[in-house]
Design a protein around this ligand. Structure first.
Ligand SMILES: Nc1ncnc2c1ncn2[C@@H]1O[C@H](COP(=O)(O)OP(=O)(O)OP(=O)(O)O)[C@@H](O)[C@H]1O
Length: 331
């Protein structure tokens, strides 16, 4: 059952240097209970895309006229980009959609206890009484594996360890029972053991709550473990999307191939690391044609420099935007 439809999302920022195109005509869908990994190098537009879903981008953002974001909720569709009034915004922000960040300290106000913030949030977004909100908050802290949850409820974020803060942030994000959870690099700052616990926790929660998750990360290993499908972004464009195993086992775009080749190989520790060659160009000077052609070893002399590649099939539900793919062109 469909939860989210993003169509032709284009997003530019007005800056002193000129217009920056951060997201260029991307489309994707997400079903309930589905986890999508959004991957790509720094600056590829992952966070800006995620923030667009909650209208959280800075005031200098300009949305393209064709851009459309639709949330399919139980009581009807919500046209997110048309939400202007605070009451409409609240349905989306912290209501139907919650976001968790790499640095949990950013989510907690330093002068408030974890519990009072959770309760305030519930009072804004639900009809619960203060006592019910407190009971639910303690239950959620317990649910994410925080021992002695009622004592932690009265503590400040700085009193918790990094892993525990991350769990508390997840508890707070999930207490309003969002339909969509956006997780922006939620495990990057954690050591691998805690990272594995947080990933496992999120997988359980998807099952229990039936929500959709968009998981933003640089880490293809985390994507392989958590996501059902993956979308790869480069310089604001989506270049490949499909079922996670199909894309990671048989990448069809040279950029995805490059990201996979850049991973350290545990079965051959002497193998040299092979980073994607070259640097991501400035968004003020986006290459013409295929945005990746300036770094692509297989670029076709004229075609890739001049023509924007259309989507074509690379397998069942697996799409790639690359001139080298000879599969049938599709929308
Ligand atoms: N408010 C803003 N004004 C101008 N440019 C911005 C603004 N916010 C983001 N950008 C630009 O948009 C582009 C995409 O940024 P974004 O943060 O989405 O990248 P990302 O893929 O999430 O990278 P990272 O993995 O480092 O978080 C970047 O070039 C960034 O500098």
């Amino acid at each position: 059952m469909s939860l989210l439809t993003v169509e032709n999302l284009t997003l530019q920022f007005r800056t002193d240097e000129g217009l920056i195109t951060a997201v260029d005509d991307i489309s994707f869908t997400l079903d309930r209970g589905e986890v999508m990994g959004l991957v790509g190098e720094s600056g590829s537009g992952k966070s800006v895309t995620a923030k667009a879903l909650m209208m959280l981008n800075a005031g200098n953002a300009i949305y393209g006229p064709e851009s459309r974001i639709t949330l399919h909720l139980e009581d009807g569709d919500v046209d997110v980009l048309a939400c202007k009034r605070p009451r409409e915004m609240r349905v989306v922000r912290g209501g139907a959609i919650s976001m968790i960040f790499q640095e949990p300290m950013a989510s907690f106000a330093p002068a408030m206890t974890i519990g009072s913030q959770m309760v305030e949030q519930l009072l804004i977004h639900t009809d619960l009484s203060r006592a019910q909100a407190k009971a639910l908050s303690v239950e959620m802290l317990d649910r994410v594996g925080i021992s002695d949850a009622s004592a932690r409820f009265n503590q400040y974020a700085f009193e918790l360890s990094g892993g525990m803060r991350q769990r508390a942030m997840i508890a707070m994000a999930l207490s309003t029972k969002p339909r969509l959870l956006i997780a922006d690099e939620p495990t990057t700052a954690l050591d691998v053991t805690i990272q594995a616990q947080v990933i496992q926790l999120m997988q359980e929660l998807v099952k229990d709550f039936g929500m959709g998750i968009i998981f933003i990360t640089h880490d293809l290993g985390v994507v392989a473990q958590t996501a059902d499908k993956v979308a790869v972004m480069y310089l604001g464009r989506m270049v490949e999307k499909g079922p996670v195993r199909a894309v990671l086992r048989g990448p069809a775009h040279p950029y995805t191939q490059g990201l996979i080749d850049a991973l350290p190989k545990l079965d051959d520790l002497d193998a040299p690391l092979r980073p994607v060659p070259g640097d991501i160009p400035s968004p003020l000077e986006r290459p013409s044609g295929c945005v990746f052609h300036t770094r692509c070893a297989r670029a076709l002399v004229d075609t890739c420099r001049t023509a924007v590649p259309q989507w074509s099939n690379a397998g069942p539900d697996h799409r790639v935007a690359c001139h080298l793919n000879t599969g049938e062109t599709c929308a």
